[in-house]
Ligand binder design. Structure first.
Ligand code: AMP
Ligand code: FE
Ligand code: FE
Ligand code: ZN
Length: 281
């Protein structure tokens, strides 16, 4: 059976594996390939092509774009992205910058209660992220500092309390409207797929009307098989996909050692990947 994991993060965003390590682990997990979908970052397609060739893997260059609609956050996967997609690159640069401003505010709030948590310490641990190729800041980076300072034992514990979006330290980031993000991805010639639409861990889902509008603007697919979707969610996603004429995908949302997700735990059909590839310009 063809095994393709369409949702994978590296250390360039908030995963913990290098690209080389991802390729090794993908082979160990008997994958034929995966899509690299770091948050708000365009990967180097030539590097991925060479890495894939070395490991006999199909590695699709992708990205997971932060979006927000009336306070609801949604993630939009984009497949077959290229660094020279200027409008998309500009949108992601703006999003990364808003992530940094927002994380500084979160760190400041936490620092009021835990003085050892400072932006300087965070940069010492992870950064600095100053070049245009550097990935985005995210709460998992603060989680690592909380672990380092022995305030929490692991990333998941950090998200259960200090970093929780219902907690006192949380600050939301600016992100594009999901419809605008679909338009930008489409104009770039890449293929937009809505990530984990029913995951309750991520606040409320987008209204059906917004999904319809995204589809009119060129949304191509919707992620069905994801660990944060139970059987009932998957059934609902099938119904939405049938109604709107979207393909359904699956992926692990692997982040390395910071999350329980295992590479290859959810997969995308070969025929679906081929449709996505044909839809890319
Ligand atoms: P942010 O993008 O800064 O809002 O942080 C959210 C990111 O944190 C998501 O992309 C997840 O990858 C990660 N995350 C969310 N929950 C957890 C968790 N329980 N354990 C580890 N990482 C998590
Ligand atoms: Fe993440
Ligand atoms: Fe996501
Ligand atoms: Zn993800």
């Amino acid at each position: 059976m063809w095994r393709f994991d369409a949702h994978v993060h590296s250390v360039a965003s908030d995963g913990t594996d290098s690209l080389e390590s991802l390729a090794l682990k993908a082979s160990e997990a008997n994958l034929d390939g995966f899509a690299l979908t770091d948050h708000d970052l365009l990967p180097d397609p030539n590097f991925l092509l060479a890495l894939g060739a070395n490991h006999n893997l199909t590695i699709v260059p992708g990205a997971e774009i932060s979006t927000s609609h009336e306070g609801a956050s949604a993630h939009l996967l984009a497949y077959f992205v290229r660094p020279n997609m200027q409008e998309l690159a500009d949108l992601l640069t703006r999003t990364r910058s808003s992530r940094e401003d927002r994380l500084k505010q979160i760190v400041e709030r936490i620092g009021a209660d835990y003085p050892q948590i400072t932006w300087e310490r965070l940069v010492e641990l992870h950064g600095p992220k100053t070049s245009s190729d550097d990935g985005p800041w995210g709460r998992p980076h603060v989680a690592d500092l909380l672990i380092e300072e022995q305030i929490v034992p692991h990333r998941s514990a950090a998200f259960e309390n200090v970093l929780n979006h219902d907690g006192p330290y949380y600050v939301a980031q600016w992100a594009a409207d999901p419809r605008e993000a679909v338009e930008v991805v489409k104009r770039a010639g890449a293929v937009p797929v809505l990530a984990h639409p029913l995951s309750l861990m991520r606040q409320r889902p987008l209204p059906g009307k917004i999904l319809e509008e995204m589809t009119e603007l060129g949304l191509f697919g919707i992620e069905r098989d994801h660990r944060e979707h139970d059987d009932e969610d998957r059934f609902k996603v099938d119904q939405i996909a049938a109604k709107l004429g979207l393909v359904t995908t699956g992926g692990s949302d692997y982040h390395g050692s910071g999350k329980p997700n295992e590479l290859g735990e959810n997969l995308t059909k070969r025929s679906v990947l081929e449709e996505i590839e044909r839809a890319a310009l």
